[in-house]
Design a protein around this ligand. Sequence first.
Ligand code: BEZ
Length: 401
Amino acid sequence: MNDSNNKGVTRRKFLQGTAAAAAASSFVPTRFAIGAQAPVRVGILLPYSGTYAMLGNSITDAMKLRLAQAGHKLGGRPIHFVQIDSEMSVPKAQQNTQKLADKEKVDFLVGPVHSGIAQVMAKILGPRQGPVMIVPNAGSNAVTGPMCADNIFRTSFSNWQPAYPGGKVMADDGHKTAVTIAWKYAAGRQMMDAGAEAFKAAGGKIVKDIQVPFPDVEFQAHLSEIAALKPDAVFAFFSGGGAVKFVKDYAAAGLKDSIPLYGPGFLTEGVSKAQGAAAEGIKTTLHYSADLDNAANRRFRAAFEKATGRAANVFGVQGYDAGSLLVMAMEAVGGDTGATDDIVKAMAKAEFPDSPRGYWKMSGAHNPVQDIYLREVRGGKQKMLGVAAKALEDPAKGCRM
Ligand code: BEZ
């Protein structure tokens, strides 16, 4: 990672700076010559410690893999990364965002994983022209709802998207009552609301909504309560290290075989190996399944495994597609980071026929319109059972773009 003295050089500034020399020498700089001067500055605000560390690492590694496949260049220019560990800290989010946007003067800001941090970032960046924000995970409905903005794009999902079809699956499996349990912050709240909405619409009843402070992993008292309530099913959101602990504790409490677990796919994604036998049979809904039978997924899985020594997961796919979005937009403007309007226009009409998750396109609110798959853990791996919702678009309530 070499820093550059040409921080934030835009095409316009370069032209001003070289105008006199150009006149004297009759040298007219081309767009390529200008773009070749300074690295494109890409800020990354993701978790590399704590319960979501696996998510942050998967996103970063896959995005860098995609950029390596593009020759380590964006629009012909080298790339300089400025990376900060978000520590999943909402109180530090404002300072971290301002550091990247104002001090480091990044052209693009990729992050975060956590919905609460996403809302802080969107509040700061949405009203500005740049940097362009690319959300490679955090599903906060608000970010592509009331807070939606020209320069904010998401390559992952809204919290509503993978959760709503999950509630319907639970009802279709014949369950009439359910307990919801999730971490108590925007992601947990929005996913539980979406799952409950679909479950109730299909005639189901939520008998208890349990909220666990984030990122606590003390589940014992909650599991005792679930055992006493005896619902037909449990609908849960946890992810990363917390999901490993919850699923193992659930099985150890003797609930696995009597009260089936459901949820948005984060419950078993990237962690089913660590969860071992405790994850077997858990059904979830998500916009990716590692066994998806398409050439792009096969290529991605092989390349990710070769580069990292780890198996691919949805977080990697979201990072990989963030890389593709950057490559496409920077090609569209010939490397001119000053052409924000044109970058935004290119991103707004992005389509990904070759994503590992299958075809998706950007919605009017800048969120993926994508298929949601029904998966089940079998033999420690995700088995895709079918498409739970085809080309699902987030309702983007409150977005006025
Ligand atoms: C979120 O905070 O939006 C989130 C975190 C982990 C997995 C999925 C969503």
